[in-house]
Every structure is written in C-alpha cells, then in structure tokens.
Design a protein around this ligand. Structure first.
Ligand SMILES: [Zn+2]
Length: 480
C-alpha cells in the first residue's frame, strides 16, 4: 500500500521581545523550508503573523488560520515552526491547541528544538515543558512586575522612588518639593512657549538644582520629566509592550498627590512632543501673514512666492493678492524682511516698557511693575548667592519664593492682556527679551504679536519709490 507523506503547514512569526537576536520572518521561512525539504514533507500552506510583541495579547490571524487548517486536514499533518515559542506564547495557549487538535494526528517539527508528537504523552509533556520555559523566560517575570505596578497605579498610590519635583514622606505620600517643583513648572512653561529640548537643557544646567540621579541635565532627562504624567498629578503605568525608549506612559486617572501642572497643560506638552513639526526652523518666514493688512482694501497680506535677490537669497514680499472679479484687490506689496524687522523692534520695545500698561482700563500697570520687581529680586538673589552672602539652602528657598511671586504676577498679567503667550516672556528685560524672541518659533512670535497688536496697516508706497524701506508706510495700533 502506497503511503502519502503527511501534509505540512508552515507557521512563521516575528518576535522581538524574546531575545535580542531578532530572527526575521524571512530567515525563519528559509530555515523552516529547509527543514521541510530534509524531512521530505510537501508544504500545503504557510501562515504568517508579524506581531512585534509576542506577549502583548494581540490576536494572531495567521495562527487561527493554521489551527483551522490542522483541524480540517483529512490526513495526518505536521506543523513546521522555527521554535516552539513561535507557535504558542503561553502554556494556556498550548492547552487550547492540544484541545483543538484532540483526535487529529499532529506532529510539530521545529528547526530549533526537534520534533514534538502531540498525540503522544511524551510529546505533550515535552511541548508543555518547552512552552513553560519559554513563557517564563520571556514574559512571566515582566508580567508580574507590570501587574504589580499596574495594581499600585489603580489604587492611586505613588509608585516607586521619589522623582524630581516631589518629596516622599514616611508614609510614602508625595508632596511638591519647594525648590524642584517651581523648576518643573518653569520647564513646562518654557517648553509650551516654544523652547527646544536643547535650549531647555542648557537652561536647566544653569539652575543650581541638578537632576536626582545624575550630575547634569541631559535632553533625555528633560524629555522624561516633561512626559511624566506624575507632574500633572496623574497616575500611570508603563505599558509592558512598549519599547523602553518610548517616553509615553498610559494614564489611568488622578493620583493621590498634587500636580505641579494641570492635566490640560500636560496634554498640551504631549501634543507638542508628539508633533515633530512643532519647531519652525525657517525663522522669519510668514511672521506677519494675515496680521498685516492692505492700506487700500483692508485684506490680510500674504507672502508672495519668493524671487531671488541679486545676492541669491530668497526675497520675500508681503502682497495684497490679486483676486479675479475683485478689481480693488492687488497691487500693494512690501518687502518682507524689512517689515518683519520693523514690527519686531516695535513689539520688543513695547514689551520692554513695563511701566506702560497694555490695557490701562484693566489696570495692568501694577502687575507689570510686580513682574519687573520679581525679576529684579531674582537677579539680586543670584548675585548674593554668587558673592557667598547666601547659603545654597537660603538661596533655593528665596529663589522658590521669588519664582512663585513672579509666576503669580505673570499669570495675572496674562489674564489681563488675554494671552497665555506672554506668561513666559522676560517682560521688562530688553536683552533677555531679545534673546528669547529669537529662540521662539514663528508661531509663538505671531501669538505674541497678535496679543499686543490691534491693527497693522501697510500704506501704499510713495511714488517714486525710494531705495530705503519707508517706515512711514507702517501704521501700527496697539490693543487698548
Ligand atoms: Zn489691497
């Protein structure tokens, strides 16, 4: 009697978390097909799953198709895999498979680990032993740790060691550190105002407070601090199937400690972090599009497609765009860089003149004075500390108090002028203002301009046009 060789089904799965030596699906395929050839088995079907995390509990469509093929096979069949841990991830999955193929003649052949006959007692025992070992090695330990962290987060407790910005009390509740807390607050404010991680890191290293477990701040430490839900008083846990370098944690809800920032602010931080386009590198481009208006028709000016100047650099012009059927539109244009510079200079002068209230009707003048006084006080403190007149503890305590006063005054001021974009500007300090201005993104600068400027109108050019930019064409009215 002629014997037909058993049908073989190939199952391939890529798994990244089992070990560092990643075996790609294509390598698995080549080795498994080599095994089939050596055993003289015709391959009746190949099933592939490409899950990146074998222990994440994701469904595996390829695996389900494989089980269906095995069950419906009229003849004895063989399943070919690279290693048995590609086939089932947990002992319970092996038991499910054994139940499904009960009564079917199934053999498992592996490239690494030999043959398992699931119809024999020995085969089942070996399969159970191998999957238990694989499961323990890969997932069990991290399962237990992740579960403990998750349970703790569900209770709302502070989990783990103290983190920057907080102190832990004897009963392991967390309170905001009087020095580190305000620093966290300022890092977030500066980040939301458009500062890069790099410039934040430079700034952090200028502060007298080092990070908890290092001598200096690195961009990565600053990024982790910003991305930590703890600072918003939120409990969270690190999803087990995320790569360690992913800074984003799963938020579970409010914790039993006070936030340094609000959850809404934390959401804004994450949104900025997750958007890689948050920084505009082409500084100066389109600073005043839509803000500057045509002196003839009142339309917002836009940037015209740039032509090259004699020096080869792009020449930008704000223009009143021609619109078909609207004869009043078009014709007016103004040199881009010159207008940007003129308006920037006026805005910086305005922000430096702290005694001039932006909205006198709301009596902002005292607030501007408070901001200037608080900044002066901080500068004095730093000078005293530098001269050795203050101990480090005295300096930190006084500085925290000063920052708190400054924050309060700036927040009150921003409510009065109606723009959060002013809260982190060093108002009244011409040098610091100018530095900060050019660190800011174009979008941030536009926000400040819009907060201050009521109307910016560009009058038609004089005829004949002179060689120098005519400042008389710019009519700027501040918000009252
Ligand atoms: Zn116009």
């Amino acid at each position: 009697m002629e014997t037909t060789p058993p049908r073989a089904f190939v199952y391939l799965r890529i798994s990244e978390d089992r070990d560092a030596t990643l075996v790609s699906v294509e390598n698995q395929r080549a080795e498994v097909l080599g095994l089939a050839a050596r055993l003289g088995l015709p391959v009746a079907g190949t099933f592939v799953d490409n899950d990146l995390s074998a222990f994440s509990g994701k469904t595996r469509p390829g695996y389900r198709q494989l089980v269906a093929a095995v069950i419906s096979s009229p003849e004895p069949c063989t399943v070919l895999v690279w290693h048995v841990d590609r086939l089932y991830r947990r002992p319970s999955e092996l038991e499910d498979l054994l139940g499904l193929v009960e009564g079917q003649a199934v053999t498992i052949e592996t490239v690494r680990g030999g043959m398992l006959d699931l119809n024999t007692h020995e085969g089942k025992l070996a399969a159970r032993f191998m999957v238990t070992v694989a499961s323990y090695e890969s997932g069990h330990k991290s399962d237990r740790i992740a579960l403990a962290a998750r349970r703790s987060a569900e209770r709302g407790d502070w989990h783990g060691a103290r983190r920057f910005g907080y102190q832990l009390t004897a009963d392991r509740s967390a309170t905001i550190d009087p020095v580190e807390g305000p620093m966290v607050r300022e890092v977030v404010d500066r980040f939301l105002a458009g500062e890069s991680l790099y410039s934040l890191t430079v700034w952090a290293n200028d502060q007298p407070v080092p990070p908890l477990r290092a001598k200096v701040w690195h961009a990565n430490t600053v990024r982790q601090l910003l991305a930590s839900p703890r600072i918003a008083g939120l409990r969270s846990y690190q999803p087990r199937d995320q790569r360690p370098e992913t800074p984003f944690r799963n938020v579970m809800g409010p914790g039993r400690w006070e936030g340094i920032i609000t959850p809404a602010e934390f959401e804004r931080v994450l949104a900025v972090m997750k958007n890689p386009d948050r920084r505009t590198t082409r500084a100066g481009n389109n600073l005043l599009s839509g803000i500057a208006r045509c002196g003839r028709c009142g339309t917002g000016l836009v940037i015209a497609s740039s032509s090259l100047s004699a020096s080869g650099s792009p020449r930008r012009r704000y223009v009143c765009k021609k619109v078909p059927g609207r004869p009043e539109r078009g014709g007016l244009s103004v040199e881009g860089a010159a207008l940007d510079d003129a308006v920037t200079a006026a805005v910086l002068r305005r922000l430096t003149a702290t005694t001039a209230p932006v909205r006198p009707d709301l009596d902002a003048a005292p607030l501007w004075s408070s901001v200037a006084a608080a900044r002066e006080r901080l500068t004095d403190l730093a000078t005293d500390y530098g001269r050795g007149d203050l101990t480090r503890e005295e300096f930190q305590a006084a500085r925290a108090a000063g920052l708190s006063v400054l924050r309060g005054a700036e927040e009150a001021l921003s409510r009065v002028v109606g723009s959060g974009s002013l809260t982190t500007l060093p108002l009244g300090d011409a040098v610091a203002l100018s530095t900060r201005w050019y660190e800011m993104s174009v979008g941030q600068r536009r926000a400040v301009i819009m907060a201050l400027v009521d109307t910016l109108t560009i009058k038609p050019a004089a005829v004949p046009r002179g060689p120098v930019f005519d400042l008389g064409r710019v009519e700027l009215r501040w918000r009252a």
